[in-house]
Design a protein around this ligand. Structure first.
Ligand code: SF4
Length: 575
């Protein structure tokens, strides 16, 4: 049985839905790869990201739909208002699963309404309608999702924006409900929440109650491959570490490499590491009890369960999850060494619908400009309140680190292609610096993190291959809809991905299909960016990082430009 792949295309001005089969060239793509294909096929790369010609694309990955552990992610994409280039941001939660169950292989939101009324799109296998969303205007993500769940029922999936998206701020993301209906799984990066806001859409509600999982061509083969995958995943030692400590374990690892961003990327070690470490978080949560949960999953069926619920001293939940990237950018990078304070900042970012990486980086740049003191939680909260109020200062910070640096004339701004770096200083973890510099997505650890490679991370001459491989694998996983941590299982048994695809779709695929999908995706993304005007000069870290030494190793980013240009030398870009 050959699976039918359908495009659902909604014109946000006429409110018309059209469903059609995939056109040629799209059939064997999903998630990030499909987004890159569509942007190349349908978009003027020079269009205004917040104008009528941009599209907002929701693309479940190729393996989404069957509750395979950690494999139901949603990719969301369009032209980025933050970078001006190609953008895909993905999230866990339930949006991908529910879209696949109503028979939608990709949803494209086109055009823009003529009026400024906020709407909610309701989608099911039988219905598409625009409901009034004006009562949600200006409301935070948490309150909005409560109202929506009351109206549409507790089982629906929701992707929604907060006030930041409504204000079309470039650090705005799109939140998705997790399996406990908490709206905190954000497709964070690149300002896609602003694109959703520019189309007047507060929320997308997906009701899959009348739907069913996508067809499987060979059910027996699929279950056999799934069983091997589960075994491989559960046998991997990191699966247990992530269940106990989650991504927060990276705080100590980054610190040990001298790459934990501290006070606006000015140091690589943080004197208050113990206050924000995974060990402290776990001990606190076990002691506090109540809503606390050290081992939690964002989606049904995940065997890794890297997520958590962070509760206060009385056991009342503050935020879920509290992840390393937020701990790095809103903790050490702001000089804040207290997890309760980081959790409260995280809640605010979530409620506004803001990327906590971009916001943390922007606040640190603002601190350098004297707008707050490093380590001062109350002042950080006051600046976030300015974003909510839409003051001039709030708009500057809410538009991201580059905007903040420009407004306050600060040189130490940690961005590439306009997007803030994640919580790994590239002067200490140089392979990840190569990824930041050259990824078509802008600075983003999820595009190819190298910290786990068994190499000297300070040697500038051995990073290119490591970053290239990491970028190809990451683009492959994002095209499949697979969480990066599922790589614990797939990495040690690479034959499982071809077996799953073959069983699900009936396709004959090569043994290196993961890398094949990754390469295809990167070729398409580079092509889009090239057409949008990007050159090799955009594949560079900021100059100050090549001059200003980072303690404790006192190193600069010194991977030569000629080496950076080799990362994609396998692509013929003259075509
Ligand atoms: S490993 Fe973590 S992020 Fe990945 S699917 Fe599971 S809970 Fe979600």
């Amino acid at each position: 049985m050959e699976n039918q792949m359908n495009v659902w295309r909604i014109n946000t001005r006429t409110r018309n839905l059209e469903i059609s089969e995939f056109p040629a060239g799209w059939e064997r793509l999903g998630g990030r790869g499909l987004i890159a294909r569509i942007l190349n096929d349908e978009l003027n790369p020079n269009c205004d990201p917040l104008g009528i010609d941009n599209e907002l694309i929701f693309a479940p990955g190729l393996l989404v739909g069957h509750r395979l552990s950690s494999c139901d992610r949603i990719s969301i994409g369009g032209k980025s208002p933050l970078t001006g280039g190609v953008k895909e941001a993905n999230a866990g939660g339930s949006t991908g699963l529910h879209l696949s169950h109503i028979g939608c292989s990709v949803l494209i939101l086109e055009d823009q309404p003529k009026d400024s009324n906020l709407t909610v799109i309701y989608l099911s296998s039988q219905d598409c309608r625009f409901d009034d969303g004006s009562h949600l205007a200006g409301k935070g993500v948490y309150e909005s999702s409560d109202i929506l769940l009351q109206k549409y029922g507790p089982e629906v999936a929701i992707a929604l924006i907060g006030p930041a998206g409504e204000m079309q701020l470039k650090a705005a993301g799109i939140q998705n409900l997790d399996q406990d209906r908490a709206p905190s799984r954000i497709a964070a990066r690149g300002g896609l929440g602003a694109v959703m806001g520019s189309k007047g859409i507060k929320a997308l509600v997906i009701d899959s109650s009348g739907g069913s999982p996508p067809d499987i061509a060979d059910l027996k083969g699929f279950r056999k491959a799934q069983k091997s995958y589960n075994k491989s995943l559960l046998d991997h030692p990191q699966t247990k570490v992530y269940a106990d400590y989650g991504t927060a374990a990276m705080a100590r690892i980054s610190h040990s490499f001298g790459g934990l961003p501290t006070r606006n990327f000015s140091e690589g070690n943080f004197e208050s590491l113990e206050g924000i470490s995974a060990e402290t978080m776990r001990d606190q949560l076990l002691e506090r009890g109540g809503d606390s949960n050290t081992t939690h999953s964002c989606m049904v069926g995940c065997a890794i369960r890297c997520s958590n619920v962070y509760a206060d001293g009385k056991g009342r939940g503050i935020v879920s999850p509290l992840e390393y990237e937020t701990i790095g950018l809103m903790g050490s990078n702001l000089g804040i060494g207290n997890l309760d304070e980081v959790a409260r900042l995280n809640w605010e970012a979530n409620d506004l619908g803001l990327d906590s990486i971009e916001l943390g980086a922007a606040l640190a740049v603002a601190a350098e400009a004297g707008k707050m003191e490093f380590g001062n939680f109350s002042q950080a909260m006051e600046l976030i309140e300015e974003i909510r109020a839409g003051t001039p200062t709030g708009l500057i910070i809410g538009n991201g680190a580059a905007s903040t640096g420009l407004a306050y004339q600060i040189e130490r701004v940690p961005v590439v292609k306009g997007q803030a770096m994640s919580a790994y200083d590239p002067r200490a973890i140089k392979g990840t610096g190569v990824t930041y510099a050259t990824s078509p997505q802008g600075a983003d650890h999820t595009s190819g993190l190298t910290i786990r490679a068994k190499i000297d991370h300070l040697d500038p001459h051995i990073q290119i291959d490591v970053s290239r491989k990491a970028q190809i694998n990451a683009a492959g996983y994002d095209t499949l809809g697979v969480c990066a941590f599922a790589g614990f299982g797939f990495g040690s048994a690479p034959e499982i991905i071809p077996a799953l695809l073959q069983a699900r779709y009936g396709w004959d695929v090569p043994g290196d299909i993961l890398q094949e999908l990754g390469r295809q995706t990167l070729i398409l993304e580079r092509k889009f960016n090239q057409r949008a005007g990007f050159t090799k000069n955009d594949d560079r870290l900021p100059v100050w990082m090549t001059r200003e030494e980072l303690s404790p190793h006192n190193t600069v980013f010194d991977v030569p430009d000629e080496e950076l240009d080799k990362v994609f030398d396998w692509i013929n870009e003259d075509d």
